[in-house]
Design a protein around this ligand. Structure first.
Ligand code: 3PG
Length: 395
C-alpha cells in the first residue's frame, strides 16, 4: 500500500484519520495519552511539509449524538501541548462552518474536527457523510491503526473519493505484525492470555502454525484445563469452547508446536482485591475457588522458556493484573520479554496497558496501539481500513 512517503503532500489539504480514542478518567481527564503520542510522527511529517492538517477521530462510543464530555477539544489541548504549536478544535466534523475554517487554513496549520461518532452516519458508513469529509481535503491519510478493523465512513468511505495512503503509525503497526507472523526469527513463541478463548479462537488457530512454542495463561487457560478433564472450581469456563481447546492441543501436537498450560495457579474466593487466595496445582483446583493468575512455578517455567526465544508475540494478560495480588504472572512475563534479546511484539488493549503499568513499554520492540485491530492482524485477516488504501504501482 502507498504511504505518505509515496506522494507529494507539500501544501496540500490532508484529512488525517487518527485513532485518538484515549481512555478517560471518571472526572473526564485523559487517563493515558499513548495514542496521541503515537500519532505525532505523522502529524509532524505533514506540518514540516506545510500541509494543512485536518485531523479527525472518534472518542469513545457516543451513539450518534453529541456528548459534551466526549468533545475532541480535550484531545486538541493535549496534542497542542505535545506538539508545541496551536491545534484548533472545531464544533462539528462536517458542514459550512467547518468548510469555511478549512478554506482559511495556511500551510502547517492543524485543526481537529469534532468527534466523528456524534454523527450516526460515521458508523453506518454513509456515502454522503464520507463525501462531505472527503470534500474538505486533497489527500486522505489513515494513521488510525486501532480503528482500521471498523468499516466506518472515515475509515473505508472517504478513501473512495480521495487519493488514500497510510500514515507512519499505520505502516509500522501493519508491517510489524506482518513480519512477526510471516517470517519470525526462530525459535519463536506466542504467549496468549486474557479472559476468553472464544475471543481468540481465530488468533490461536492462525498462530499455532507459525510459532515453535505456545504459552497459554489468563482466564482462558482454565477452559483448556477443563478440556483436559481437570476440575476448575468456581472459575469461569467456556463450556462451548472445550472441543475447540482440545482440538487446538491436538493440532499443536500434530505440528510439533509445544503448547504449555499452567502447571500451578493462584486461586481466589472472589476476583477482588483483599479476598483470600492460595497457590494450588492446576489439576487440584478446590471447589468454590476461581483461577486469578498463573502460579509461581508456571511463571518460572514460562520465563525460562521465553528466555530461549528469538521472537515473541504476546496478547492477553496472565491474570487479573489490575489487582496487585494477581498481577505477578503478567509482571513476570512482561519482565521476561523486556529482557529478551530478540523481537517482542505486544498486542494492544489490556496487554499494552499492563506493560505500561509495569513501566516496561519502552523495553519492547513494539507495543501496539490497537486492541481489536491487533487481534484481527494476529488472526491473519485483512483490515478493512488498510484494504481501502491505494496500492503502490507495480515497478
Ligand atoms: C479501540 O479503542 O479499540 C479503537 O479506538 C476502536 O474503538 P471501538 O471499539 O469503539 O470501535
Amino acid at each position: 500500500k502507498k504511504t505518505i512517503r509515496d506522494i507529494d503532500v507539500r501544501g496540500k489539504r490532508v484529512l488525517l484519520r487518527a485513532d485518538l480514542n484515549v481512555p478517560l478518567d471518571e472526572d473526564g481527564t485523559i487517563a493515558d495519552d499513548t495514542r496521541i503520542r503515537a500519532s505525532l510522527p505523522t502529524i509532524r511529517y505533514l506540518c514540516e511539509r506545510d500541509a494543512r492538517v485536518i485531523i479527525c477521530s472518534h472518542l469513545d462510543r457516543p451513539q450518534g449524538v453529541v456528548v459534551e464530555r466526549l468533545r475532541l477539544a480535550l484531545v486538541a489541548n493535549r496534542l497542542s501541548l505535545l506538539l508545541g504549536r496551536p491545534v484548533m478544535a472545531l464544533q462539528d466534523c462536517i458542514g459550512p462552518e467547518v468548510e469555511s475554517t478549512v478554506a482559511g487554513m495556511s500551510g502547517g496549520d492543524i485543526i481537529i474536527l469534532e468527534n466523528l461518532r456524534f454523527h450516526p452516519e460515521e458508523k453506518a458508513d454513509d456515502a454522503s457523510f464520507a463525501q462531505n469529509l472527503a470534500g474538505l481535503a486533497d489527500i486522505y491519510v489513515n494513521d488510525a491503526f486501532g480503528a482500521s478493523h471498523r468499516a466506518h465512513a472515515s475509515i473505508v468511505g472517504v478513501p473512495k473519493y480521495l487519493p488514500a495512503v497510510a500514515g507512519l503509525l499505520l505502516e509500522r503497526e501493519v508491517n510489524t505484525f506482518a513480519r512477526i507472523l510471516k517470517d519470525p526469527e526462530r525459535p519463536s513463541a506466542a504467549v496468549i492470555g486474557g479472559a476468553k478463548v472464544s475471543e481468540k479462537l481465530e488468533v490461536l488457530e492462525n498462530i499455532i502454525s507459525r510459532v515453535n512454542l505456545l504459552l497459554i495463561g489468563g482466564g482462558m487457560a482454565t477452559t483448556f484445563l477443563a478440556g483436559r478433564g481437570y476440575g476448575t472450581g468456581a472459575s469461569y469456563v467456556e463450556t462451548d469452547c472445550l472441543d475447540a481447546a482440545r482440538f487446538l492441543e491436538a493440532k499443536a501436537a500434530e505440528r510439533g508446536v509445544r503448547l504449555l498450560l499452567p502447571r500451578d495457579v493462584v486461586v481466589a474466593e472472589r476476583l477482588e482485591a483483599g479476598t483470600p487466595f492460595q497457590v494450588v496445582s492446576a489439576d487440584a483446583i478446590p471447589d468454590g475457588w476461581a483461577v486469578a493468575d498463573i502460579g509461581p512455578k508456571t511463571a518460572d517455567e514460562f520465563c525460562r522458556e521465553l528466555a530461549g526465544m528469538r521472537s515473541v508475540i504476546w496478547n492477553g494478560p496472565m491474570g487479573v493484573y489490575e489487582i496487585p495480588a494477581f498481577a505477578e504472572g503478567t509482571r513476570r512475563v512482561a519482565a521476561a520479554l523486556a529482557n529478551l534479546n530478540g523481537t517482542t511484539v505486544v498486542g494492544g488493549g489490556s496487554t499494552a496497558d499492563a506493560v505500561r503499568r509495569f513501566g516496561l513499554a519502552d523495553e519492547m520492540t513494539h507495543v501496539s496501539t490497537g486492541g481489536g485491530a491487533a487481534l484481527v492482524m494476529l488472526a491473519g485477516k485483512p483490515l478493512p481500513g488498510v484494504e481501502a488504501l491505494d496500492d503502490l504501482e507495480e515497478a
